[in-house]
Design a protein around this ligand. Structure first.
Ligand SMILES: C[S@@+](CC[C@H](N)C(=O)[O-])C[C@H]1O[C@@H](n2cnc3c(N)ncnc32)[C@H](O)[C@@H]1O
Length: 281
């Protein structure tokens, strides 16, 4: 399962060839712009060349912005190309002590505030149920949400912080979502930008529970090493809960794809493909 399919390799090769072709086109335009440069009496040749070189460099940088997106984490300026990142104002819902991320920071999860909260709470309750069944006591647990995004599920564990003295940690490869949480959640939510490589900045035997909702579904490579790394930082006897999107889930969504909840919650990628297209999504 860890070996990328030939089809995927071909897709990557074609994408790289397209990039190279676009770059060659830009360089051609650059050469043409130099050829057309007004080198008449009084024209400053150096200035003309400098401007043309600047333009070509800027075109090349634009071509290659795809590269950092596949680097070790998604940098802060990944989506908005602004540094420091600018966010829409947080959403306040009456009765909620924590702000909600604006829809743009919900990582594809519901724009509807009530649905966003309800689904997060549903996942929280499910995970808490697993933890209660697995551990003798739920007091003073050190808990990590692996792939926490902007805290859709983690936010609901604030109750356990207050009632059971839990310590909460969130890690996500998307620096932008982590930055949003850092700015908008209280410091009891310790959040870190992670990496696409299976190395985490925590000592061995640190966590009683590590859960991750729909994260392994999106990890392409090194699944076994990720499991080993999560095991390293999990205390002996600790609980690891990771959801994965199997053929069963895919069939379920295919059967219910026309229902309104599915239309609201699932992207076209899922609705339009009757079969799981790959080992990951
Ligand atoms: C479908 S979203 C789910 C987000 C969140 N768990 C939830 O249920 O709302 C998948 C998340 O996994 C994160 N992710 C993917 N690979 C990761 C990695 N290697 N380390 C940390 N987070 C990762 C993505 O950035 C994204 O936030």
């Amino acid at each position: 399962m860890l070996v990328p399919s030939i089809r995927r390799l071909k897709e990557q090769r074609d994408a790289a060839l397209n990039q190279a072709a676009a770059l060659t086109r830009r360089l051609g335009e650059f050469e043409a712009s130099i050829a057309k440069a007004p080198v008449g009496a009084g024209a400053d040749l150096d200035a003309v060349v400098n401007i043309a070189v600047e333009r070509a460099l800027s075109a090349m940088r634009t071509e290659y912005t795809a590269l950092p997106r596949f680097a070790y984490h998604l940098p802060l300026d990944h989506e908005m190309q602004t540094l420091p990142p600018r966010f829409d104002p947080p959403v306040r819902v009456s009765g909620e002590s924590l702000p909600l991320p604006p829809p743009a920071e919900r990582h594809g999860h519901m724009a509807d505030d009530v649905a966003y909260l309800d689904w997060g709470k549903y996942d929280h309750d499910l995970i808490l149920g697993f933890i209660r069944r697995a551990l003798l006591s739920v007091d003073k647990l050190n808990v990590m949400d692996f792939g926490c995004s902007s805290g859709r599920v983690l936010r609901h564990f604030q109750t356990e912080v207050q009632e059971h003295g839990w310590t909460l940690t969130g890690v996500d490869v998307s620096a932008r979502r982590i930055e949003w949480m850092r700015r908008n959640f209280p410091p009891e939510f310790q959040v870190y930008t992670g990496s696409i490589l299976p190395i985490m900045p925590f000592e061995s035997n640190s966590f009683d529970v590590i859960y991750g909702s729909s994260v392994f579904t999106h990890i392409k490579f090194l699944w076994d090493m990720w499991l080993l790394e999560l095991r390293r930082i999990l205390k002996p006897g600790g609980v690891l809960i990771q959801s994965i999107h199997t053929e069963n889930a895919w069939n379920f969504f295919a059967q219910h794809g026309q229902e309104s909840w599915a239309q609201d919650a699932l992207g076209p990628m899922i609705i339009n493909h009757k079969e799981l297209p790959d080992d990951f999504v």
